[in-house]
Structure formats: structure tokens, C-alpha cells
Design a binder for this molecule. Structure first.
Ligand SMILES: Cc1cc2nc3c(=O)[nH]c(=O)nc-3n(C[C@H](O)[C@H](O)[C@H](O)COP(=O)(O)OP(=O)(O)OC[C@H]3O[C@@H](n4cnc5c(N)ncnc54)[C@H](O)[C@@H]3O)c2cc1C
Length: 413
């Protein structure tokens, strides 16, 4: 499967003080890396999980909040859904507000599936506990200078600086799983031209806000407004995520408390809509909204998973779900390899993931054109956005198709 020559461009550690060996080194303890680590450990496949940050930081970092039902059921089947996740609130409606009118989209009824509202940091906390505390898995937090070596050989390795001793260590392995997100280092081990990266820029920024305030609606609300898009999403009984479209590269300092709430009130306003519950804004950051896909997701003995392989701007809440899908497929492929010597899963891993990736990218872009249409300054884009919204909320047939794409399914797996 893997050519046995050394990569011209890839560095190879010459000495490895404290050198050791495992089957799979997983770089990055996000949803993808942690899911994979738990599943490999459960299968008896030795693995080492390297994470650049501290446990405290990753367990507190708020990002995603909506899991698709198929993903939760897949975690549950593999014993990775804790009581918090299984007891979390399910949502099957969202609401679009435009020109003062509310349009409710009942995608749960239309598709038979719903979103589970579970903040990403809760899932990460559950998965760290399951791997490190309950299963006794090997996770090394605070790993610095992580570098992947020799991925075109049958003896790859990963070097890093140990957080406690400051010493450089190297772990030799059969495979590396690059689960280190959009800014990780594992992808850098692939030489120029080894994979292609396809990018798509949405041309807008989103100011991502977390407010210490109860949700103001029982569902996700998308405000389509000439001044810019806005969104409301529950993150728990006392915490709400809001988004405000802004120029790309805008500074969060341009958005003081008063301006944030005034824009949210305007852009999310509609007849008969209850007022927003306001509260302190505890997180403010600007996201440059772009997408990318790395093809293929495998290079030699490096398999990328999650945001390391594809970024989906958080328009339709897809990124964490894709990360979980990759981890499930990669775990299945490793199980077949280590149990039966069957390499077909690893060989087909990239294609299997990319089917769902491109489907979600396409849907994300379609929704993005709706939510950014009215603020585009282009009456043609605003008109087509309004037409799509009418079609999906008034025609059951069109609505069912959109609902299926919004919530995903096992069939995409
Ligand atoms: C504001 C916001 C809202 C979102 N909302 C949603 C949503 O509602 N639903 C949804 O599905 N998705 C959502 N997403 C996307 C989702 O958060 C990501 O897709 C998801 O985190 C990807 O998981 P991952 O495991 O691939 O990567 P990450 O979660 O990024 O984890 C990567 C890990 O690798 C570590 N790391 C990085 N570099 C290194 C290195 N060199 N060495 C070792 N470790 C390293 C990082 O510290 C991190 O812990 C949102 C994203 C944002 C920013």
C-alpha cells in the first residue's frame, strides 16, 4: 500500500531520546481525534494522542453546538454517548425572519430527524474523560512543536516537545491521524503538490458572540436583513450564541455592547417576535467565512480527519458532524486493518469521507446564498434568496429535500 522510499522533502528524526513505538499517533484532541482515540483503544489498537493545548483549555473552548441525530446515534452505538448527550434537548424547527415576517421551517417533521443541542466543549469533556480517565488511554496535553515525519515510508513518526520536561520526544508508528484542525501542523508534512486544496471564500465575516443570556426563542433564528445577516442559537438554558454578519477582517473592538444588541434587535426583528433576552457578551470574535477541501484526505501513511481535511464555515452547523463522520470511518478502517489485515478501508477512506464532505459543502453554500442574499446589495441575489425561502417553507416536497440535507442521515455515511 505504501511505497517504502523516504520522502525527499519530509524530515526524519535522526535521534529519538525517549523514542517509543505505537500503532497510531493521533495529532489533535478535538471531536475527531478524541472519537478516533476512544474507538481505537476500545478495539485494542495501541495509540498515542498528542494535543497542543491543556486539558482545561480544550474542555472550556466554546465552538459548535448542534449535532445531527445520525451522529449522536452512531456515538451511542459505539458506547461514546454519555448521559449528558443522550439527555440533551433536540430541535427540529428553525425560523427565518425577513421583511418583518417569520417563516418557520419544520425540518424535523419533514425529515424525521433532529439536531441535538450539545455544546462542543461538553462533548470534548465527555470524550477526554472516557479516554483518559475511564479507559486509561495515553493522551499527552501541552505537546509543543509537533511534527510529522516519514509519511511516505512504512515507518512514520511524530516528534514533539514534552510539556513537563521540555525534552523532545519521538513516537514511531504505523500510521498518523492528522486531527489537528484548520491550523494544525500535520498537513504541513505533505510535500507541495501531494494533495490539492480547493478553497471557496464567502466574501463576508461573521462576528461570533456568546451571550450570558437565556435563549430568546425556542429554535434557531436566522435574520435576513439588508444591514446584514444575524442568527440566534441556544447553547444551554443560560447561554446563547449569536452571529452578526460584518466585513471580513473586521475587529471585534468595533462591536461594543450597545452596537451588538442594537444590530441584533434590528436584524432579528419581526412582527410578533418576542424581544431578545439581553446579557453580557462573554465571547466576541470575527470569523472570515471560507470553506476548503483537501483531496485526497490521505497521503502515504497520514490520514487527515475533521477540519484538518475540510473546513465548512458554520452557516449550516456541519463542521463537527463531518469531523465525527471521518473519525468513525477511519476507526472502522483501522479496525479492519489490524484485525483482518484488510487494507481496503484505509485505501477507500478518503473517497468515503469526501462523499459526505462535498454534499455538506454544497448545502452550506446553498444556505449561505439565502442568508447573505438580502445584504449582498444585489437585487438579483436578494430575489433568488427570497424565492428559495418561499419554496422550502411553502412546498412540502421542496421542504423535505432541504430538510434531508440540513439534518443529514446515515445514508450519507
Ligand atoms: C464559532 C463556531 C461555531 C461552530 N458551530 C458549529 C455547529 O453548530 N455544528 C457543527 O457541526 N460545527 C460547528 N462548528 C465547526 C466545528 O467547531 C469544527 O468543525 C470542529 O471543531 C472540528 O473538529 P476537529 O476535531 O476536526 O478539529 P478541532 O476541534 O479544531 O480540534 C483540533 C485539535 O487539535 C489541536 N491542535 C492544533 N494544532 C495542533 C498541533 N500542532 N499539535 C497537536 N494538537 C494540535 C487543537 O488544540 C484542537 O484541540 C463551529 C465552528 C466555530 C468556529
Amino acid at each position: 500500500m505504501v511505497p517504502e522510499q523516504q520522502d525527499a522533502g519530509a524530515s526524519t528524526p535522526t535521534s529519538s531520546p525517549g523514542g517509543e513505538r505505537t500503532s497510531v499517533v493521533i495529532v489533535g484532541a478535538g471531536p475527531a481525534g478524541l472519537t478516533l482515540a476512544n474507538l481505537l483503544h476500545a478495539e485494542g489498537v495501541p495509540c498515542v494522542l498528542l494535543e497542543a493545548e491543556s486539558r482545561e483549555l480544550i474542555e472550556a473552548l466554546p465552538r459548535a453546538g448542534f449535532l445531527e441525530e445520525w451522529a449522536v446515534r452512531a456515538l451511542e452505538r459505539r458506547g461514546l454517548a454519555g448521559p449528558g448527550l443522550l439527555g440533551a434537548e433536540a430541535q427540529g424547527d428553525c425560523e427565518f425572519r425577513m421583511d418583518g415576517t417569520r417563516h418557520v421551517f419544520r425540518y424535523g417533521e419533514l425529515s424525521g430527524n433532529r439536531h441535538i443541542v450539545y455544546p462542543q466543549q461538553f462533548l470534548v469533556t465527555d470524550l477526554v474523560r472516557a479516554f483518559a480517565d475511564e479507559a486509561g488511554g495515553d493522551v499527552r496535553f501541552g505537546a509543543g512543536d509537533v511534527e510529522v515525519h516519514g509519511i511516505r515510508t512504512d515507518r512514520p513518526s511524530v516528534s514533539y516537545t514534552d510539556a513537563e520536561t521540555g525534552q523532545q520526544r519521538t513516537v514511531a508508528c504505523d500510521f498518523v491521524a492528522g486531527c489537528d484542525g484548520a491550523r494544525g501542523s500535520s498537513r504541513a508534512a505533505i510535500p507541495e503538490g501531494g494533495v490539492e486544496i480547493f478553497r471557496h471564500d464567502l466574501g463576508v465575516g461573521w462576528l461570533a458572540l456568546l451571550a450570558e443570556a437565556p435563549p430568546s426563542a425556542e429554535r434557531v433564528v436566522f435574520g435576513l436583513h439588508p444591514q446584514g445577516f444575524a442568527a440566534h442559537m441556544a447553547r444551554g438554558p443560560q447561554v446563547t450564541r449569536y452571529y452578526l454578519e460584518c466585513p471580513p477582517g473586521d475587529s471585534p473592538d468595533n462591536w461594543p455592547h450597545e452596537r451588538v444588541w442594537s444590530e441584533l434587535r434590528t436584524r432579528l426583528g419581526a412582527r410578533d417576535a418576542p424581544p431578545l433576552n439581553e446579557g453580557e457578551v462573554v465571547e466576541r470574535r470575527v470569523l472570515d467565512m471560507h470553506n476548503y477541501v483537501v483531496e485526497p484526505m490521505t497521503y502515504g501513511r497520514l490520514h487527515l480527519a475533521g477540519d484538518a481535511a475540510h473546513l465548512v464555515a458554520p452557516v449550516a452547523a456541519k463542521g463537527m458532524n463531518l469531523a465525527l463522520n471521518d473519525a468513525l470511518l477511519l476507526a472502522d478502517a483501522f479496525r479492519a486493518y489490524y484485525r483482518e489485515g484488510d487494507e481496503s478501508g484505509l485505501e477507500g477512506y478518503s473517497d468515503a469521507c469526501l462523499r459526505r464532505v462535498w454534499q455538506y459543502q454544497d448545502f452550506n453554500r446553498w444556505v449561505s446564498e439565502i442568508v447573505h442574499g438580502p445584504s449582498s446589495g444585489d437585487p438579483f441575489k436578494a430575489g433568488t434568496a427570497a424565492a428559495r425561502l418561499r419554496r422550502m417553507t411553502r412546498s412540502a416536497k421542496a421542504g423535505r429535500a432541504v430538510a434531508g440535507l440540513y439534518i443529514g442521515s446515515d445514508a450519507d455515511h
